[in-house]
Design a protein around this ligand. Structure first.
Ligand SMILES: *Cc1c(COP(=O)(O)O)cnc(C)c1O
Length: 339
């Protein structure tokens, strides 16, 4: 195993805090019915409002620099956290960034991540929803090459073998933080999107025999292709670091029950999770990923799927700037809930 010899640049402020959430536990019924909850604060990875993509970008941008890239190209939804953090990482590394963002709107509001992309000076190309993003990025790459640039394409979510190493490394960090605790965490909950996080967490857990089961809560559809992707990139990542373990689809636990009407569409359970976590712990979740992941954890607790003697880690993957892009919808949902 040679994770340490992989090219990596320092972008994040790690280790991120691992904080106990006793008031959230109390709000969910207390010790008799609710497990102990620890929040792994990867919303505090530091750079440009933080989030899980920082860990992937430490490996991806290092690879870009090793290949003498001059510009990073990536893609995502209009409010992509990954795109914002790629733009910020590019600045730190002395590179330019071009973001291909899909949107159903003619002129998306300059709010949340779109505002931050602007402030970072990233070149943004809006494309219609449903565009083949890999093809769109390849087109931009050709255009930049003809201008004498050396482009480096990062797939949606940074979810390839190199990006996967971010959460392999994070697994080691979490093991170090929990090894001395009285009760080892038996589960790790987090939001599942493009699945690079899942691949890294699953590979890391298998590699170091972590005591926890990795529980993804999906925020978008796409099974079974997404499980196949996670298995594939986990396998490629294992090869990169000469690790002699294989992640199989059985290792990838995912719950599709909390997506609601679709990616980025608020659900009642998500709004409840956001307000409950804010009002008990002063911690902000986001409306697209971590809010739905927490809704999943809360749902599993309320339906008795988790023994109250267990310790659960909730991985907060960031995304908080999207709260501001959803201000009106959130306020409407709150007013409805209050009757
Ligand atoms: C991208 C993202 C995720 C999901 O990570 P994947 O590796 O794409 O599955 C979760 N939470 C937030 C806030 C994200 O931006």
């Amino acid at each position: 195993m040679r994770l340490g010899s992989q090219p990596r640049i320092r972008l994040g402020n790690v280790p991120t805090p691992l904080e106990e959430a006793p008031r959230l536990r109390a709000a969910l019924g207390g010790e008799a019915v609710c497990p102990r909850i620890l929040i792994k604060r990867d919303d505090l990875t530091g750079l440009a409002f933080g989030g899980n993509k920082i860990r992937k970008l430490e490996f991806l941008v290092a690879d870009a620099l090793a290949k003498e890239a001059t510009v990073l190209i990536t893609a995502g939804a209009v409010q992509s956290n990954h795109a914002r953090l790629t733009a910020a990482a590019a600045r730190v590394a002395g590179l330019r960034a071009v973001l291909v963002l899909d949107t159903a709107e003619e002129r998306p509001p300059v709010q949340g991540n779109v505002l931050l992309d602007r402030l970072l000076g990233a070149e943004t190309r809006f494309v219609p929803a449903g565009t083949d993003m890999d093809a769109a990025m390849a087109e931009v790459a050709i255009e930049l090459e003809t201008r004498g640039e050396q482009p480096y394409v990062i797939p949606v979510g940074g979810s390839n073998a190199i990006g996967t190493l971010g959460y392999v490394a994070a697994t080691l960090e979490l093991l170090e933080q929990t090894v001395a605790t009285v009760t080892a965490p038996s589960r790790l909950y987090y939001a599942n999107g493009s699945r690079g996080t899942q691949a890294g967490l699953a590979l890391g857990a298998k590699l170091w025999r972590a005591p926890w089961v990795v529980h993804g809560i999906a925020v978008s559809g796409g099974e079974p292709e997404k499980i196949h992707r996670a298995v594939r990139i986990a396998g490629e990542a294992a090869q990169l670091v000469d690790a002699d373990v294989a992640v199989q689809s059985d290792d990838l636990v995912n719950d599709n029950g909390y997506i609601g009407p679709g990616y980025g569409v608020l659900t009642e359970a998500c709004v409840e999770a956001i307000t409950l976590t804010a009002q008990s712990e002063g911690v902000f979740l986001d409306p697209v990923y971590s809010g739905k992941a927490m809704a999943g954890l809360i749902g599993h607790i309320r339906t008795g799927q988790i023994d109250p003697d267990e310790t659960v880690v909730f991985l907060h993957t960031g995304g908080t700037p999207a709260l501001f892009a959803k201000a009106d919808e959130l306020v409407n949902a709150l007013e409805q809930a209050e009757g």
